[in-house]
Ligand binder design. Structure first.
Ligand SMILES: *[C@@H]1O[C@H](CO)[C@@H](O)[C@H](O)[C@H]1NC(C)=O
Ligand SMILES: *[C@@H]1O[C@H](CO)[C@@H](O)[C@H](O)[C@H]1NC(C)=O
Ligand SMILES: *[C@@H]1O[C@H](CO)[C@@H](O)[C@H](O)[C@H]1NC(C)=O
Length: 556
């Protein structure tokens, strides 16, 4: 089989499998990685050892991963809070496609987190005994969760975290928590600049009261992005503010998205900050929000009436003096979808349903086709349909980018306990990989391979360094870019800390002897507002085809 027919082969397999696939293009393909991983992946984070931490909650009854006997009793904060011999967290090893159970005591159901500057996952909040807990998982062989009871000042359930330029995390909102706080707490944090964040307290955020639709809420898991001036862009429900967290001050209020329909949990849409082009004279920052559910859809779904999801995306240039939302229409409506930044600067919309809302049993008609959005194409030519999966990924599903360019997809459990029979969308323990079209065999000869630097290289802000790479086919030196991605924490359709930087590069030079290879000088991003300290994936992109990534660490 030649390369082209391999691609066609995948399309035909999907067609023969009876998928609703009515579009002439068939881009990308799917592979099943694990049939039953034992837990349903409600939260996911890739760490810089190429392990993916996954978990759901300990309130969901027994999982399908057994626990070492000695740990059957869950003792938390000196109290026995549960007894079962299963666990709800695993560490997935991408290279070997295997997983190991991790021990977790307090419930981290519907929580938030982020990978911090030294590489650990610092995860916060959850449910009941876990709603004020902070949990840390370091990326090391055999390591397990450390839990800090009462690590938060207030309960955080359905909150959003973001890594700040000083290396700490801000935790914004949560059910009935109209405030924000920091972890580590400023006083105990050596990195902290005393003048910016005073006492260890939760600061009120009236915007979260103003955007709360009462019983329906519609502003949980707010979309939070670190702006390049150090302030935060916070979107909740149908509108956004620019916020100075160090002075607890709203700097700017953005207009409502036309129509006023809600985009946050449970009317769950998704959002990304589009790639930041650091080569530009002045960096433009754009945020894009896609999908969600019309006003009133959540209450209707609770009463058995499933309204069609939103088909619109709204894009805003937050660096513009007069920012406006520009509306674009997706090929498919989507609620509970995920928006992921790909290494070549495109955005993938994946997972979710086309009717109803988030919440137990409230979504209908899975959207099986991912859709690619190409932000730099002219309007009208930006969306592209991709090949469908066979597995519905409804409420509590996840997706993240892996170092090799595949998208890891898991989860889907719209039930209060694991339910494998009789339910409309049974609890999914499987994980799959979506291979975007840049991984199609026909593009292999264009795909760069990075030779140096070695993975885990440390860099300072503004440092220049050389990247050496090869390409099988002829290189087009005018079509080479270098990008850097902060690996996000994904849950409930939002990828916290997701950030793609297009780095400044010099001219590509060619070295013919002893082997044909190319070299390009690259500038690391300048300043922690643009790139908070931590681990990033670095890619060389040639004619839109990204290399495998390497890990680099930006030092604070
Ligand atoms: C999970 O475990 C339950 C109970 O042992 C079993 O009935 C079910 O088939 C398992 N599900 C999967 C997908 O392995
Ligand atoms: C699974 O869902 C079905 C349909 O709603 C329900 O009848 C059944 O009781 C559920 N099973 C469990 C274990 O909750
Ligand atoms: C890069 O190439 C361009 C076009 O060939 C040339 O004008 C420019 O001087 C080169 N820059 C460097 C730093 O070599």
């Amino acid at each position: 089989m030649n390369k082209q027919s391999v691609v066609l082969f995948f399309c035909h397999v999907l067609l023969l499998a009876g998928m609703s696939f009515s579009h002439s293009t068939c881009t990308g393909y799917w592979t099943l990685l694990q049939d039953a991983m034992g837990i349903s992946a409600m939260h996911m984070q890739l760490l810089h050892n190429d392990r993916v931490v996954m978990f759901d909650g300990t309130d969901l009854g027994p999982s399908n991963v057994s626990f070492p006997k000695a740990k059957c009793s869950r003792i938390y904060n000196g109290r026995r809070i549960g007894f079962d011999c299963t666990t709800h967290s695993v560490e997935y090893d991408v290279a070997t496609n295997s997983f190991r159970p991790l021990a977790i005591q307090s419930s981290m159901w519907c929580s938030s987190g982020g990978a911090v500057h030294y590489g650990a996952l610092v995860q916060t909040g959850g449910f009941k005994a876990g709603d004020r807990t902070v949990r840390i998982l370091k990326p090391c062989r055999g390591c397990d969760w450390e839990e800090i009871p009462m690590g938060l000042l207030t309960r955080r359930w359905y909150a959003t975290n973001h890594i700040l330029p000083d290396g700490s995390q801000i935790i914004v909102g949560g059910r009935n928590s109209f405030s924000y706080e920091f972890f580590p707490k400023p006083a105990s944090f050596y990195w902290h600049l005393a003048e910016t964040k005073s006492a260890a307290k939760a600061y009120s955020l009236p915007f979260l009261v103003q955007t709360n639709d009462g019983e329906t809420e519609n502003n949980l898991y707010p979309f939070v992005f670190l702006h390049i001036d150090g302030s935060l862009f916070i979107f909740a429900n149908n509108r956004a503010i620019l916020f100075d967290y160090s002075k607890n001050r709203v700097l700017k209020a953005f207009p409502e998205i036309r129509g006023g329909n809600p985009r946050n949990y449970p009317s769950t849409g998704s959002a990304v900050m589009l790639p930041l082009d650091l080569q530009a004279k002045s960096i433009e920052v754009e945020v894009m929000i896609c999908g969600g559910a019309p006003k009133g859809a959540h209450i209707k779904a609770r009463n058995g009436v499933f309204v069609k999801a939103l088909k619109t995306c709204a894009r805003i240039k937050i660096t513009s003096p007069n920012p406006k939302w520009l509306i674009e229409i997706m090929p498919l409506p989507r609620v509970m979808g995920d928006m992921l930044l790909l290494p070549n600067g495109n955005v993938l919309l994946i997972n979710g349903g086309s009717f109803g809302t988030a919440g137990w049993e409230l979504g209908r008609k899975p959207v099986l086709n991912p859709v690619l959005y190409r932000p730099n194409k002219p309007p009208g030519a930006r969306f592209e349909m991709n090949a469908p999966s066979k597995i519905p990924r409804m409420y509590h599903s996840t997706a993240i980018l892996l170092r090799d360019g595949r998208i890891l997809v898991g989860g889907s459990n719209p039930h209060p306990v694991y339910n494998f029979s009789g339910a409309l969308f049974p609890t999914e323990l499987s994980i799959e990989a979506f291979h975007p079209s840049y991984l199609d065999p026909q593009f292999l000869a264009l795909r760069p391979t990075i030779l140096t630097p070695w993975s885990q290289m440390m860099l300072l802000h503004g440092q220049t360094f050389k990247v050496e790479f090869t390409v099988i086919d002829e290189l087009d030196p005018t079509a080479v870019s270098v990008t850097m991605l902060a690996p996000p924490f994904n849950t409930h359709s939002f990828s916290m800390n997701q950030r793609l930087l297009v780095l400044g590069v010099g001219n590509v030079t060619t070295n013919i002897w002893p082997d044909l290879k190319y070299e390009v000088e690259v500038s690391a991003p300048v300043g922690s507002n643009i790139a908070p300290p931590g681990f990033y994936l670095l890619f060389v992109v040639h004619q839109c085809i990204p290399s495998e990534g390497i890990w680099i660490q930006i030092l604070g």
